[in-house]
Structures are given as C-alpha cells and as structure tokens.
Design a protein around this ligand. Sequence first.
Ligand code: SF4
Length: 724
Amino acid sequence: MPKETRSTCPYCGVGCGVIIESTGDEITGVRGDPDHPANFGRLCTKGSTLHLTASHAVTRQTRLLHPMQRAQRGATPQRISWDSALDFASDKFAQVIRDHGPDAVGFYISGQLLTEDYYVFNKLAKGLIGTNNVDTNSRLCMSSAVAGYKQTLGADAPPCCYDDVNHAQCIFIVGSNTSYAHPILFRRIEDAKAANPALKIIFCDPRRTDTAGIADLYLPIQPGTDVSLFNGLLHIMLWEGWTQPAYIAEHTSGFETLKATVRDYTPDLVADTCDIKKEDLFTAARLFATSAATLSLYCQGLNQSSSGTAKNAALINLHLATAQIGKPGAGPFSLTGQPNAMGGREVGGLANLLSAHRDLANPQHRAEVAALWGVLSVPEKPGKTAVEMFQATADGEIKALWIACTNPAQSMPDQATVRRALERAELVVVQEAFATPSTCDYADLLLPATTWGEKTGTVTNSERRISRVRPAVPAPSEARHDWAIAMAFAQRLEKLLPVQKISTLFPWSTGGETAAVESIWNEHRESTRGRDLDITGMSYAMLDAAPQQWPLKEGETTGKVRLYEDGIFPTEDGRARFVNTVYKPVAEPRESRYPFSLTTGRLRDQWHGMSRTGTLGRLFGHVAEPSIQMNAQDMARRLLKDGDLVHVTSKRGSIVVPLQASPEVAVSQAFMAMHWGDDYLSGLSSQGERLAGVNALTTSAYCPSSKQPELKHAAVKILKAEMP
Ligand code: SF4
C-alpha cells in the first residue's frame, strides 16, 4: 500500500487539498482531498497530474540537485559544497553592504514560497540587513487588489468565501478567465448555475474566453477602460434609484465626491469608451444593483494595469453603493493567482509592507515589528518593488540580488531591462528547485531547493483559508528547504554584520524540521495579535485537523467565513471609504505604428514558466505550441492566414511566432499566453539582445499606488515574417 499524505496543490490560489501517494522516496499518485473545503475532492488537469511532474524520471532531468557556482558569467556552473556556497554568498553580501550600504542588495522572492519561507526572507532583509528591498513576483499578480482593499475597506482582507458562489443571485466575473485560471472554483460556478437557473452571470473581458460560455451577459470591454465602465454603472444606478442610501449614510464616507465625479460618466460616453452597447450597460447595472446578492470575482484583468488600484476601488465602490457586501453571496472577491500570494501579504513580504498587514510607512507599525523581532529599528526608507528593483540593478544601484523560486528573466515585463540588470549585478544568487533556463543562465550561484511533495509549512488561498503543506518524500539529493537556505545564509551574515539585537534573529533550527517550521509559524502568529488577520487562536495541531480561515483569535474555535457582516470596517471611523476614481487610458495606447492591443494570460493546462507543467506531454494536448491569436477580420485585411509566421514588435522588442485566428479576440487586439520562454520562443530587444517569450514585448509601466505593472496591455505591430 502506498503511503498517503495530505497536502495542498502548488499551482493556483484556489488552494485545493490533495492526497499524495508515495512509495519509498517516489511520489506515485495524487487525488483530490474529499475533506478539503476548497475543492471537496475535485482537481483540475494540472492538479490531477502533479505526481507525474514529480516522478524520478522527470525530476532527474529538471531539478537542481547540488549547489553550483560559475567562475564567470557564461561559464558552465561547477558543483560546490553547501558550506562553500553559503560562505561565498554571505561574504559577498557582507562586502557589498559594507561598501555600499544595505540598500545595495535586494531579494526577489515568490508567491510559490510557503508562509514560513516568506517570513524568514522578510526578517532577513528588514530585520537583519536593514533594507526593505524585498519584493515578490506576487507584485505582478495582486498588489493592486491589496491597495484597492486597503483604500476602500481599510484592510487587505477579501471579505468573501467560495461558498458565496452558492448564495449569489448575480455573479460579476471581470478581468478573470476563471475557467482556465481557477478551474475548480469555476466548476462551483457551473454547479451553482445548474442548481439555480435564476442565477445571472455577467462576464466582462476584452477576450470572449471559455468563461463567457456560462454568462447570461457578456460585456466585451476595450482593454484598460474598466474604471470608465464601473463609474458608468454607478451613474446608471444613481439615475435609476438602484443605490442604497441608508447603507451609504450609515456605513461609508466620501460618497458625495464620487457622486459628483460619476455624473460625467454618461451611458453614451461610457458605451463609446468601453465599446459596450448602452442597453447592456443598463442590464448590467440593474442585475448588479437589484439582485438579492451580487458577488464580483476578479483577477489580473483588473490588477495588471497602470490603473490597477483605481479599477479595484471603482468596483468596490459599486458594492458599497448598492450594499452588496457583508452578506452571504455578496461582495468584492479578488482571486489570487498563485498558491500563496496571500501568505506573502500576511507576513509583509513585500517592499512596502511589514508583518501582519502592517505598513512600512507607519512609524508605530515599524516600532511594533522592531520590538517583535528584538532589533533597534526597521528601516523607514521604502524598498524597491519588483520593477523598481530590476531597474535599480540595471542602473548599478543594487549590486547583489538573491532570487528565490521565480524566473524574472522570463516573467517580468520589459524583459530587456531585467536581463540587463542580471548582466550588470555583481552577484546573482538563484535559489530554485528547477534548473530553468532564463534566470538560471545569469546566476553566479545556484542553490537547490525543495518543492511540492517535499516541503512542510502553510499556504493561504483566496478565501483567507490557511492549509497545511506536508512532505510525502524526502528532499532529493542535496536540495534544502527554502526557509532553511535563507536561515543558514542569515546566520552566517549575522556574524559578519554589526547588527544591534537582543538575541539571535534566527533561532529555529533545533528540534527537527517540522518543529523548526512550526516555530517560525508561531512567531508569525504572534505578530498578528490584535491585527485584522489575527490568528492567535490557530495552531499547527488545529490546521492538521482542518484548514482554517482567518481571523481566528485566541479562544475562538473557527475562523470568520465572511467579513463586515456588522457593517463595521477596519478604518479609523469604522466606515468604508468611497474612492474618487477617475478613468485614465492604458499607459501605451495603440497608434498607427503599433496598431494592436496585445494582452497576455494563462492557458488551461500550463503554469507560469512551465518549469513543472512543461515536463508533461499530455499537458500539451490542449495547446501544443506558442502562437499569437488575432481576429480573422484583421488577418484578412492584412492578407495573413492561420499558421503564418509573424513578427510581433513593440517599442521594446520583437519575437517571431505562428499566427492563429481566434474568435475570442476582438478586432485590433491580439493575445499571447505567458508561459513560453527560452526553450520555445526566442526574440530580440530593440538593441539586439537575446530575449524570450511575450515579455520581450510587454511594458513595465505600473500603477502609481500598487506599483503593479501593466502586463495586460502593450501596443504592438504584427507583420508577416519574410521567408529567407
Ligand atoms: Fe490546483 Fe488550482 Fe487546479 Fe485546484 S484549481 S487543482 S489549486 S491548479
């Protein structure tokens, strides 16, 4: 009989429970955990093939198994011992810090890391080194949602839960291809629709994706015009008397200013800006406002935008104006893309945050965290966020970069700048499970990390539910756990830097692996006391029995299913705040030289840079190779046909890719999946440097509030590639 281990799927923010089957040191099977409340036993194509991506036959080809060092850039990395690797890294970091100050180093980490990993990296940077230069690839997926929640509701706390799908009478899916990106949640929506024919679903997206198939009303919005749409819907609701004045008066502030603003967003203007029929605007406004319970589900279409925070706030404005919040089936529900983007937010593992949703900009919060950690202070100077960190490295300001569990040379926008940064850095350390191309090619030091099936710890899914992650098999070869690598490095650095502290900052190594990880989690738990995400009533023992939602305070036995049911919000006056949102166009509008709006997104069966899913032939059955999708009308006008190779060019770079006609893509728009990188799709920067994948083209323009880049829109031209 194989051994069975309960754990969590490492792919998306739905956070499905899995049961891993293993024999000896090999994972042999996986199935959905029938007791896990995120999925009740279901798994999607990615989750149900996890064991195949973890088999020895595959991992022998794909894993980093030993510490490796390059004598110089471009050289073949050579195997070294862990001690040599960690001594080298700590000596070099200490030297850079002594010569140039703590802000000359940076840590770029990942929403794939577990909460405990995140906690150690955050403490290492902000507590030990004294720099806030620690940011994460979650910046690329949810920082606009964080800023939107905080500006309106007062805290970064999604108020809803998956069960709300079963209570909603209207579901507004906007900027989310839920069918592909959150498949098990989408199955719930399908079930809810089948059980309740009165449930109305509105789907709003520039692409008519698979998700549109379930919609009663499809709004084919022009890219980037969401704020205009949401303000226009509020205009109609006010005109028709569909808002809830009593709720607005009792539980909110700032409505009069917003009301004056949305007066200008007339149906004619908004229909024209968004390219949506006027009668559909009225239908959407009526369904949203007058249904007994309206739930909004949204994701990267709102977040990955130079107006990302305004888009989030404008949508939340609608929920506040119509009292569609704080009751079953209603509320603004941001879906997280990665398995533990939420956990990273909880421990403050971003350049502008501190532990337990504290703000770096708040002196009281800095003092609280310094006291918790036993250090004199936490630095005040804001850290560099993802785009800023690589720009600062390209400019020579940051000299040593530590990258964990992510592949920025493929996944960051404006890839040319990122690759220039990696070229210029004096030291690049890459801590990774997989020997991925792109970023690993620039590493001076490669540190092998453990991954799914081997690690213990916790993750938090989109509905604030914390689940245990457990190891089914031992770490392969010399791979070590992410928290343990960060801690071993930190303990060395602690001896080299003159840090004033009460005791060691990293005391967790005794008592075995699970005890150490639990100690880290317990320290994080204590930091949440009295905060909006207070988990002082949770323990590993409780999580071992069942996943739990936060908050769950000391003395309580279950977490909060949904928030703000009492109409009291975590703001100074207890009222939610309307934000005066104003529409601004995309950062790089299409124009005569670059006449197409390029948008990016996920495929159903692939994950991020394909380090795991790309190893499995059957996951290419859905989509076998990269392409750029266009509308057939645009192709006919340009005498292009299916399968033609085309140059796709933006102001930053160019790639050659096969063309595919798609009814999902509107006229003057184009779509490319984000997954294909160096192994599949090479390109060149405008200065002739080697690039790969769609991020050769994308722009790093970002939202001024959230610093989240506009991965969803770049202006491009598409021309037939001449055969030699
Ligand atoms: Fe994994 Fe997400 Fe699929 Fe669930 S829906 S099995 S978490 S990829």
